[in-house]
Design a protein around this ligand. Structure first.
Ligand SMILES: C[S@@+](CC[C@H](N)C(=O)[O-])C[C@H]1O[C@@H](n2cnc3c(N)ncnc32)[C@H](O)[C@@H]1O
Length: 373
């Protein structure tokens, strides 16, 4: 099983009961599943305000075969390696199915009924007044396990180096529209990984989406090979958004998509090609987001200031008419568009648009009035 298969299997099974999770872990293999869970858990630990020093925690994922891990938690981050400590300061053990459901299950699945935290004896009363660094480190670890204290998108954008907050003020709009997807097992595709022709640069927004969508799979698409940013729950592909065939092949590999974010070339014709290829691949209820629409006006991006221009903004504005396609009289001769019945809502912000995929079947009702005049 590759990493994306492991992610999808664990996330899917976490929506079911403990038995289903147990069977899934058996199929994946206890060690492989543990490695995946520990990477996820340590990636979620909020370490930024911890005191100096590194705390080592003995973690035991209990199951048919208990898997021991040594976690290292310090201000600069957290990580884990398989193994045991000779004289651990603290041992945390929890049933592996409960850990899986806590990390990847829908809201309400988080539990700690099988959790044990055993501290080494603290026979020095000083611990009451001067807690050792292990105390806050373990608290952050448990918060990560229980889904407490997840940061917001602006914080994640700054932390991971995406311009979605700062240069642009997109994150509040993303928070507003993405909130209902946050706890769902979504498939997210972003065109534009960042860093342009440097294969090592960019990836900030992919890591931001991964942290935000705790049950999500994130696919980054770029014209440059960005495979250095592949990690559990994040994959990257090379495709040119101006090339319909390469995008369609990519979409076939990914399968149904819940959210597309176009932050790629920002050339109007490319934006329209990507939309025309990927919007049909969205699941009903999905969202298609286009960023940096300022370029649709700029001649340097083949843009235009004309109101009815053949640009990305012109294309999106025509989708607004499509919302009301049923109100056009036959004599207006408006050609039907495939999006007329599938775009159910549009939201425009400064340089940013959200297109909702949902059935658009309403009409004004009185055809006599529509056709008159
Ligand atoms: C603005 S950056 C993306 C920033 C990133 N999404 C973030 O928020 O951190 C734009 C990226 O789009 C990529 N790109 C440019 N033209 C493209 C095309 N035709 N198809 C796919 N990607 C393209 C560039 O290589 C660059 O890495």
């Amino acid at each position: 099983m590759d990493s994306a298969d492991i992610a999808r299997s664990l996330i899917d099974s976490a929506g079911g009961d403990a038995e289903r999770v147990r069977e899934t872990i058996e199929r994946i293999g206890a060690e492989e599943a543990a490695a995946f869970l520990v990477a996820e858990l340590t990636g979620r630990v909020e370490t930024g305000t911890l005191p100096e020093g590194v705390t080592e925690v003995q973690l035991v994922l209990d199951g048919a075969r208990p898997v021991p891990y040594v976690l290292s938690i310090g201000r600069r981050g957290a990580g884990g390696r398989p193994g045991e400590l000779a004289d651990p300061e603290v041992v945390l053990s929890q049933d592996v199915t409960e850990v899986t459901r806590s990390l990847f299950g829908p809201p309400g699945c988080q539990d700690s009924a099988t959790r044990r935290v055993r501290w080494r004896d603290h026979d020095d009363p000083k611990v009451y007044f001067a807690p050792p660094p292990a105390f806050p480190a373990v608290e952050r670890l448990l918060a990560a396990l229980d889904g407490r204290g997840a940061p917001g998108l602006a914080e994640l954008a700054l932390r991971h180096g995406s311009d979605k907050w700062g240069i642009h003020e997109y994150t509040p709009h993303y928070e507003h529209h993405f909130a209902r997807y946050r706890d769902r097992p979504v498939t997210v595709v972003e065109i534009g990984v960042g860093g342009y022709d440097d294969p090592e640069a960019g990836g900030g927004s992919l890591r931001m989406w991964k942290r935000y969508f705790r049950r999500g799979l994130v696919h980054g698409v770029d014209i440059t090979d960005k495979s250095s940013h592949t990690e559990p729950r994040v994959t990257t592909s090379v495709a040119d958004q101006s090339d319909l065939a390469s995008l369609a092949a990519l979409a076939d590999r990914i399968g149904p998509i819940d959210i597309v974010i176009d932050d790629g070339s920002h050339v109007s014709a490319h934006v329209v090609t990507a939309f025309s290829t990927l919007f049909p691949r969205l699941r009903p209820g999905g969202l298609y987001v286009v960023e940096d629409l300022q370029t649709s006006y700029w001649p340097s991006f083949s843009g235009s200031y004309a109101e009815d221009a053949d640009t990305s903004m012109g294309f999106l504005k025509r989708l607004v008419d499509g919302l009301n396609h049923a109100e056009y009289p036959a004599k207006a001769g408006r050609p039907p568009r495939p999006t007329d019945h599938e775009v159910g809502g549009l939201h425009f912000y400064h340089n940013l648009a959200f297109v909702e995929k949902r059935a658009n079947s309403g009409h004004g009702g009185i055809s006599r009035l529509r056709e008159a005049g």
